[in-house]
Design a binder for this molecule. Structure first.
Ligand SMILES: [Zn+2]
Length: 78
């Protein structure tokens, strides 16, 4: 069962990722799997500290160009 293996890899990788504050590319792949995988989301709902650690994952930073565009839009609106 390939999907089950993917899930195990994701859960192990997630632990490593959290420990290392990990490579952004790997983190992105883990997030993408978690977004589409109910089984891994359920695993993260178990009462341990994994969910708390997941909440501390760095969020994607906004591209500089997009930030400038938004700031310009805000200035025009005010
Ligand atoms: Zn999974």
């Amino acid at each position: 069962m390939r999907h089950a293996n993917d899930c195990e890899r994701v859960r192990e990788g997630l632990r490593e990722y959290l420990d290392l504050a990990g490579p952004p590319g790997d983190g992105h792949a883990l997030r993408r799997h978690l977004t589409g995988c109910q089984a891994c989301q359920s695993a993260l709902d178990e009462p341990d500290d994994t969910a708390r650690l997941l909440a501390e994952l760095p969020r994607p930073t906004m591209p500089a160009g997009m930030k400038a565009t938004l700031l310009a839009a805000f200035r025009r609106a005010s």
